[in-house]
Design a protein around this ligand. Structure first.
Ligand code: GLN
Length: 304
């Protein structure tokens, strides 16, 4: 199959949708990114890579960081994590507070903001330099030492992230944060501000397609059963309250972010990342979702 030709076809077909989405502006710094950017990269477990468009350009990974922090929390805390975070789709927007009240401060899953705040709290309790360690681990996974936080984006969210601040203090009121909420928020905003390209995100998530082994280094990141758990959570919770429709259209475990990136995993075969900053109403990249749907349709490859 000519994957490169398929990416080129997809690039052409999504062009009309590039201006249809809305770039996230609730974090003011993200609003500066032009909506018509588009990149896509594929990396197979046996070493092939394919790319199109702006696949080498770094963007704000935002909620895609929730994937990496979850992996760290699973490594550090094991199953104890699940006493504090659930594993069900929320059916609500990623930044909603409503369920937290009647579910006693236990977030539905690790891929909504509330869940990621608890995951961040867990990491902070285990590691002295937790935020730097998150950066180091992501940098090692993609083999690029110069992966960095975008401090302007982190500061922008620190100044305007009142909903996340309310959420962290609310969770603390239920006793489900061990650390100071402001410390948890600062770490969380930094994780979200990591800047990476489609290519780098493919590399960093490839172990999820490779039984938990990072293909470049040979390092064992997770056991095969932990990989099964994480990929299942991605499929059921990784794309906010649009997760059912997304799974129907794309058919791959995926994680999106409001920077417009989406990472997808085809177990045993490849990882895939698409970036287009214009978002749909749920906060998923509009053209990115379409591109992934076209990819699995044209190649006939999905987990189903
Ligand atoms: N930093 C963003 C927020 O907390 C991340 C959300 C996202 O990418 N869905 O609102």
């Amino acid at each position: 199959m000519d994957i490169q030709a398929i990416l080129e076809e997809i690039h052409g077909e999504v062009s009309p949708c590039l201006k249809m989405g809305r770039v996230a502006s609730y974090i003011p710094e993200l609003a500066n990114v032009p909506a018509e950017r588009f990149g896509m990269a594929v990396r197979t477990v046996d070493g092939a890579s394919y790319a199109i468009g702006d696949a080498e350009e770094r963007f704000s990974i935002q909620s895609i960081s929730k994937l990496f922090t979850l992996i760290m929390a699973v490594q550090l805390a094991g199953d104890a994590l699940w006493k504090r975070v659930g594993r069900e789709p929320s059916g609500n927007p990623f930044n909603s507070l409503v369920q937290l009240e009647y579910e006693n401060g236990k977030p539905r899953n690790p891929f909504i903001n509330a869940g990621a705040l608890v995951v961040t709290d867990v990491i902070l309790s285990y590691l002295d330099e937790a935020t730097q360690t998150v950066r180091d681990i992501v940098a090692a996974l993609c083999g690029k030492a110069d992966i960095e936080f975008d401090l302007a984006v982190a500061r922008s969210e620190q100044l305007t992230g009142h909903r996340n601040k309310a959420m962290a203090h609310f969770i603390k009121s239920f006793g489900n944060l061990d650390n100071d909420p402001d410390r948890v928020l600062e770490a969380y905003f930094h994780h979200c501000s990591l800047a990476m390209s489609c290519h780098e995100l493919c590399e960093a998530s490839l172990f999820l397609a490779n039984n938990g082994i990072a293909p470049m280094s040979g390092d064992i990141i997770m056991t095969p059963s932990q990989v099964k758990y994480v990929n299942s959570l991605l499929l059921t919770c990784g794309t906010y309250d649009a997760v059912g429709d997304f799974a129907y259209r794309v058919g791959l475990p995926s994680k999106s972010g409001v920077g417009g990136g989406i990472v997808a995993v085809m177990p045993k075969r490849f990882s895939l990342c698409v970036w287009s900053p214009g978002l749909d109403d749920s906060g998923n990249s509009l053209a990115g979702t379409r591109a992934l749907e076209l990819f699995t349709t044209k190649t006939g490859i999905s987990i189903f």
